[in-house]
Design a protein around this ligand. Structure first.
Ligand SMILES: *Cc1c(COP(=O)(O)O)cnc(C)c1O
Length: 401
């Protein structure tokens, strides 16, 4: 069907720069050779009306106080906020709004799940459809690693975290359903261990949907965008988090690449294999056991999943998931484990310095203007549909012929 689409269309585009390049180099290589002029890029965007003005009135008001209200229809104007990135008063104001949003989300979650949340902890959030390529399992491996470290030395200082994972699995996608079950099982173990206290929680958020996303984005400190490089066409959740002042831990995939370009790589936590590294590794032959044998902390996590540590009533419950990671993993989780744990360590250290963290947050908000869907739609209009955007009012319905 994709082949017929290319033949029948006058324009073909990917939804982020890296995705458009992958289409030309691999999926539609022959078509690109024949009709290079058909191929374009249109990086996705999100609407700032829903994803900031409506869902985060506290932050919206702060921004309006500084730069007026035109940013809601000219999002690139957020750039003007850069001049206050190092301003202690503005930093405190932005972090105060974040704290209020976190308290509101915490009470909603406590009501729905019964889990008591530490509002001073970092809110570390991965919300998106459950899929192997998005690598929720890598996130869960990090939580298990933190848990094992606390158990080994309960008195060692830590940066408290509340990890939230939310998303739906397609009804027939067996492994995705298992991933949800594992997140719930690890959460049950971690959340009820007195050695852990309120230094670590793992919450699975049920029924993730736009209504819940509008509560979550304003309250997030850390945005998890950790797909295997080359698999996420663009992502739009990444943009919603950025606009609401969460920092991103992510791979060089989809629109993360352009977010790093806009904000500067120092203002995101980028880690792991690039698309070229993924291709090289697959060409050489990926062997998960190499990583499993080399790293005892990783080995412990996999063994706990495999042997029923998180499912004592049913020891074989997650054996299949462990086998997927070790023997049938198209998404190379274990190859990125070391780099991910190291990047998460940097996140924890950064969170200790709230002024520096706030500076990064403001820089991210200020450089998120490119990701307005107004920009995306204007590009489709001019470069594909051949029409000029206009501010003229449309005729009222009764005036149309
Ligand atoms: C934005 C959004 C998505 C897309 O999230 P990604 O992280 O880009 O996959 C999915 N579901 C809901 C409810 C959303 O609001």
């Amino acid at each position: 069907m994709a082949n017929l689409c290319v033949v029948g269309s006058h324009a073909v585009n990917g939804v982020a720069a890296i995705h458009s390049e992958i289409l030309k180099a691999t999926v539609f290589r022959d078509f690109f050779e024949m009709w290079p002029e058909k191929f374009q890029n249109k990086t996705n965007g999100i609407t700032p009306r829903r994803w900031l003005l409506l869902c985060n009135p506290g932050l919206s008001d702060l921004i309006c106080d500084k730069i007026g209200e035109d940013w809601t229809v000219h999002l690139e104007q957020l750039q003007e906020l850069k001049q206050w990135a190092k301003d202690p008063a503005f930093q405190r104001a932005v972090m105060k709004v974040k704290q209020e949003n976190k308290l509101r989300l915490a009470s909603l979650i406590e009501r729905d799940t019964g889990v008591k949340i530490n509002p001073a902890s970092m809110f570390d959030v991965q919300v998106k459809r459950i899929h192997e390529y998005k690598r929720q399992l890598l996130n869960i491996l990090h939580v298990i690693t933190l848990y094992n470290r606390i158990k080994r030395d309960p008195s060692a200082p830590v940066t408290p975290r509340t990890v939230m994972i939310g998303g739906k699995a397609a009804p027939g996608y067996y492994i995705a359903k298992q991933i949800i079950a594992l997140a719930c099982a690890v959460g049950n173990t971690v959340n009820n261990d007195p050695d852990v206290g309120d230094n670590l929680k793992l919450i699975f958020l049920e029924n993730y949907r736009v209504t819940l996303a509008e509560r979550i984005m304003p309250a997030a400190d850390l945005s998890e965008q950790i797909s295997t490089a080359g698999t996420e066409a663009s992502g739009t959740g990444n943009m919603k988090f950025m606009l609401n002042g969460a920092l991103t831990i992510g791979t060089m995939d989809g629109a993360n690449v352009e977010m790093a370009e806009e904000a500067g790589e120092d203002n995101l936590f980028i880690f792991g294999m690039r698309v070229d590294d993924v291709e090289d590794l697959k060409r050489r032959g990926y062997n998960a056991y190499e990583y499993y044998e080399r790293n005892p902390e990783l080995r412990q996590c996999i063994e706990q999943i495999r042997s029923g540590f998180f499912s004592p009533g049913e020891p074989g419950r997650f054996a299949h998931l462990a086998e997927v990671l070790l023997q049938h993993d198209r998404f190379l989780h274990l190859a990125d484990y070391d780099a991910y744990i190291e990047a998460q360590q940097k996140v924890s250290e950064a969170y200790q310095n709230q002024a520096k963290w706030a500076e990064m947050v403001i820089t991210n908000i200020a450089t998120s203007g490119k990701f307005s869907s107004d920009r995306t739609i204007a590009e489709y209009a001019r470069e594909i549909w051949g029409v000029e955007p206009t501010w003229e009012k449309l005729p009222a319905p009764h005036e149309t012929v």
